[in-house]
Design a binder for this molecule. Structure first.
Ligand SMILES: Nc1nc2c(ncn2[C@@H]2O[C@H](COP(=O)(O)OP(=O)(O)OP(=O)(O)O)[C@@H](O)[C@H]2O)c(=O)[nH]1
Ligand SMILES: [Mg+2]
Length: 366
């Protein structure tokens, strides 16, 4: 008999161990007819209740490297709000150099003003810096159903009858994309695959026949560089924007500091008075203070005035990086996973972010 799989997360259905993926009580299993969902997916979908269960990095690499045995098209989803955290440069090697297409998701979060050509230009540079060779790059919003059909048509054309694997880091929207395709192509009404703001929702391959070939949803790689991986659900709600990011501007003199909650800090070391335009979640609390008071504020008010973090578990040391920005135009200081801050002209800044996340400066995308 063919093994049964949970349609929500891809796990093999079992009734032996309720701590392992795919668990469903035997009594329920006997009464169930089609489209079985495991208890974890049932609780997530119906009560938004999280049962922590992560696949290990080894499991992930085993599942993904299996793709390398097939002649397939790899569609790698990137989160436009955390490009670096969701890049996974090793994906090309892991999938045995099958053809690779990049789809940058969550376009709805970036201001409409941002030109697509600028985003693509920026992505191309990052991909090149990471030695990734890609067939094409598309932008979409899986959640807002923006560009879904266009992306589907393009990837099916490129697939030439091969199966299409949807891969990427956790939380980039792989399952949301496959659900959107099912709605638009197969006429399903509800989300078939479980999606959530939790990292590691999909646990195994989910193979879906669509048109001439299969589309296969895959688990995401939990990436140590993704700041969101270290935050509690409460903090995640603050850090993750829900809609188009609206800029918040601060006129700063040098020797002033901006705190993004207690998660990041930008010290304006030197340069003429200028505006720091913050593109972060609408819920993020931004504090301005004098540079000379910043250390004291951080040590005495972290977790109270400066939140998130909210509790000891999500405390992590910040590491400082110096940038001497020389530009006749605008530059973005990118705080991976949190957003970016646009400055104009020549400014010297010190950027403090969580160790393991690397901030950087790019030509402004707006
Ligand atoms: N704003 C926005 N949010 C999105 C978009 N696509 C997905 N999301 C949200 O991102 C979160 C993760 O979505 P999933 O589809 O579960 O992500 P995934 O890549 O399948 O994650 P794993 O299965 O954990 O690897 C959910 O809260 C989605 O609602 C999008 O286009 N825009
Ligand atoms: Mg998923």
């Amino acid at each position: 008999m063919e093994e049964m799989r949970c349609i929500g997360c891809g796990s093999i259905i079992q009734s032996e161990d309720n701590k392992k993926p795919g668990f469903i009580p035997q009594s329920k299993l006997d009464s169930e007819e089609t489209d079985i969902v495991c208890r974890r997916c049932f609780r997530l979908k119906n009560y938004n209740e999280v049962t922590p269960l992560e696949i290990t990095k080894d499991d992930y690499f085993n599942i993904i490297s299996e793709i390398g045995n097939h002649n397939a098209l790899i569609v790698k989803i990137i989160d436009l709000f955390d490009i670096e955290g969701s890049l996974i440069p090793q994906i090309q090697k892991l999938t045995n150099h099958n053809d690779l297409i990049i789809v940058a998701n969550k376009r709805d979060l970036l201001p409409k003003l941002v030109k697509e050509t600028k985003i693509i230009h920026h992505l191309k540079k990052i991909l090149k810096d990471n030695n990734l060779i890609v067939e094409d790059i598309y932008l979409m919003s899986a959640l807002k159903n923006h560009n879904i059909d266009e992306v589907f048509n393009k990837i099916t054309k490129k697939a030439h009858g091969r199966d299409i694997y949807i891969v990427g880091a956790t939380n980039v929207g792989k399952s949301t994309f496959v659900n959107a395709l099912l709605k638009s192509r197969a006429g399903t009404i509800k989300d078939v695959i479980t999606v959530s703001s939790l990292a590691g929702t999909t646990l195994d391959l989910i193979k879906i026949p669509l048109g001439r070939n299969f589309i296969i949803d895959t688990p995401g790689l939990v990436n140590d560089n993704q700041i969101t991986h270290y935050l509690s659900p409460k903090a995640l709600k603050i850090v993750t924007p829900k809609k188009e990011i609206k800029p918040k501007g601060f006129q700063l003199d040098s020797s002033q500091t901006l705190f993004m909650g207690g998660l990041a800090r930008i010290d304006f070391i030197s340069g003429p008075k200028t505006s720091f335009i913050c593109y972060v979640s609408e819920f993020m609390k931004i504090h301005r203070t004098k540079l000379e008071k910043a250390d004291e504020l951080y040590s005495s008010h972290l977790g109270t005035l400066l939140t998130p973090p909210f509790n000891k578990d999500e405390l992590f040391p910040l590491k400082a990086h110096n940038f001497n920005i020389r530009s006749i135009g605008k530059s973005d200081i990118v705080l991976p996973g949190l957003g970016f801050v646009t400055v104009t002209g020549n400014v010297k800044v010190k950027v403090h972010v969580r160790v393991n996340t690397i901030p950087y400066v790019r030509a402004a995308i707006i």
